[in-house]
Design a protein around this ligand. Structure first.
Ligand SMILES: [Zn+2]
Length: 211
């Protein structure tokens, strides 16, 4: 088992190599020390990073600094990685139900647009492993945030995919990587299943060369 990657994002290196990324797994744990990171608060706050270490409180990091990796920690919440081949801007997003309901994907794309001139039509996205529709029962309070009128199951991968498309991404430039964290105890940590505060997987993305 190893770090998971998106064939779509990897394909952006076809003409020249400029992008690295990965979704860490249970037995392929990545280290955040040399990466920009966040104190995650389940919000829609996105921050621009210009150095390794904590950039502050929020749930998405964007950068156009070549060499700097932006990263998030997850275990059921979804890690989402974005790359803009036109500007070499990248983003790492932490999206649980609160962040998804608050539109963290939308606010991240807006920040990339404001800071770097990113056009969402140029952006590629990879949605990593998270708790699937199969295992994510929610009560009526959470269900209401997503337009349902009673308790049921929630598909955060689809919710975030729809938000990416609504923000202007081409559906063909969005890839789902890995499966349900709850269903796959060998491969993934799951907060809902394990209640293990130490069990978090690191996902990252980095431009290795400036545009
Ligand atoms: Zn499942």
């Amino acid at each position: 088992m190893s770090v998971l990657t998106s064939s779509l994002l990897a394909g952006l290196n076809r003409e020249h190599v400029w992008l690295e990324h990965g979704f860490g797994t249970r037995d392929a744990l990545l280290n955040q020390d040399a990466m920009a990171s966040l104190k995650q608060i389940h919000s829609n706050v996105s921050l621009a990073a210009d150095r390794p270490g904590s950039a502050g409180e929020g749930d998405a990091l964007v950068t156009r600094d070549a060499g700097l990796a932006v990263s998030v920690r997850t275990a059921d919440c979804y890690p989402i990685l974005l790359a803009d081949p036109e500007t070499h801007a990248v983003a790492a997003i932490h999206a649980g139900w609160r962040g998804t309901a608050a539109g963290v994907v939308r606010s991240t794309l807006a920040r990339m647009q404001n800071e770097f001139g990113t056009d969402p039509q140029n952006v590629y996205a990879a949605i990593g492993p998270g708790i699937g529709h199969c295992c994510y029962g929610v009560g009526v309070e959470v269900a209401r945030q997503f337009g349902m009128d009673r308790a049921g199951t929630l598909d955060l991968a689809v919710e975030n995919r729809n938000q990416l498309i609504a923000a202007g991404l081409n559906p063909e430039r969005i890839e789902r990587v890995g499966g349900c964290t709850f269903c796959n105890p060998v491969q993934f940590f799951s907060w809902r299943r394990d209640h293990d505060p130490a069990g978090r997987m690191i996902s990252f993305i980095r431009a290795t060369a400036a545009r």
